[in-house]
Design a protein around this ligand. Structure first.
Ligand SMILES: [Zn+2]
Length: 186
């Protein structure tokens, strides 16, 4: 399945996207139910729409989008629903470069932002700490983006693992490059 998504991404990155299936016929076909092949947790950033990036149509991806692709209990429950009730066998956590949420967290935004934005940036705190531990100021934001994805994969493996023992669930971390359009596995 991951190979199918990566193939779709190669088409998209090369400017050869297929006419993703969004026809009225397909829409009607899906009224009775959905059986998406994969779930994607990714950033709300308008430049990172997973259906376009992976060249997918209606009913193919179960998508959870939240700024900074962080994991909170509601995100976890949504992905658990996809695995337990829709039979999704692949969960992709997709980070991206130039992520505004991660950049803000790196700038210490959580101590300056009021209310719920502070909550969001706090969730990114451990990834910033992991990036700082690498001691590479020039790539600090990129390091934090990657750490955030790795930590999300770990969390999902722990949380979803018990619910899907023996069912071959695969949780994969990946990064999207805004300029090339290419998704690389972590
Ligand atoms: Zn982002």
């Amino acid at each position: 399945m991951i190979e199918r998504l990566l193939e779709g991404n190669r088409r998209y990155a090369a400017g050869r996207s297929s006419a993703a299936n969004a026809s009225p016929a397909r829409r009607r076909e899906l009224v009775a139910g959905q059986a998406p092949a994969a779930a994607v947790l990714c950033c709300s950033d308008s430049r990172v729409p997973p259906e376009i990036i992976f060249d997918c149509g209606l009913g193919e991806l179960f998508v959870v989008r939240v700024a900074g692709n962080v994991i909170d209990p509601v995100v976890l429950d949504s992905l658990e629903y996809a695995v337990d009730h829709l039979g999704v066998q692949l969960v992709v956590v997709l980070g991206h470069n130039n992520c505004g949420a991660v950049t803000a967290a790196c700038a210490g935004g959580h101590s300056r932002s009021p209310g719920h934005l502070a909550d969001l940036l706090c969730l990114l705190g451990p990834a910033v700490e992991a990036a700082d531990a690498l001691g590479r100021p020039a790539t600090r934001v990129d390091d934090a983006v990657a750490a955030n994805v790795r930590m999300a994969v770990q969390k999902l493996e722990q949380h979803l693992g018990t619910a899907s023992v023996g069912r071959g669930l695969l949780v994969v971390g990946a990064l999207y490059d805004l300029e090339s359009g290419v998704v690389s596995l972590l």
